[in-house]
Design a protein around this ligand. Structure first.
Ligand code: CMP
Length: 163
């Protein structure tokens, strides 16, 4: 009996903490960052208002100044690309707002709201069209798939921060 309890406890301790919600939330969550230039220019409130008006619910949020190393880890998939150094320098140049947000079909719906990566090509009225300055300083990041959203959300938030 005592042995069984010990094995059960061992299994529980070995399981990873469920931080980016459970499988029932798949497709309903995405991850975003309001980038340093947009926060510094005082656009965070307007961008968050656009996000809420578009029907997203805030699930987790924090203001954080990333180190160059942390920015590099977050954007590791771009390591080696021509824009990687500029991107990580920029993303660690000042505070950002990181958030997990919820809506049906969250990833696609959010990408529609923010527009194309390059603000010059983003549709009128989208977040990047309104607040982006260049392809690097494009106001906001949005996850490109459910699996990416999960990884990126877990990069910033633990289970107790994810409501
Ligand atoms: P983001 O959504 O944060 O994801 C990766 C970032 O790389 C992207 O927004 C851009 O800010 C930045 N970036 C810089 N140059 C390019 C490029 N040529 N193609 C794609 N992304 C780029």
């Amino acid at each position: 009996m005592k042995g069984q309890k010990y094995i059960f406890l061992k299994i529980v301790l070995l399981l990873p903490p469920p931080n980016f919600k459970d499988v029932t939330m798949t497709g309903k969550l995405t991850f975003t960052m309001i980038k340093p230039s947009a926060v510094a220019a005082g656009h965070a409130g307007d961008i968050l208002a656009m996000i809420e008006k578009a029907g997203f619910r805030l699930v987790a949020m924090k203001l954080i100044h990333l180190s160059r190393h942390q920015a590099g880890l977050f954007y590791a998939e771009h390591n080696g690309k021509s824009f990687y150094e500029d991107l990580t320098r920029f993303m660690s140049s000042g505070p950002i707002i990181a958030a997990i947000i919820a809506k049906d079909d969250a990833v696609a719906e959010f990408r529609k709201l923010i527009g194309a990566t390059d603000p010059a090509k983003a549709e009128k009225g989208t977040v990047r069209n309104l607040y982006g300055k260049s392809i690097t300083e494009n106001a906001v990041h949005g996850s490109d798939a459910d699996a990416t959203a999960e990884r990126e959300g877990n990069f910033f938030f633990s289970s107790i921060e994810n409501v």
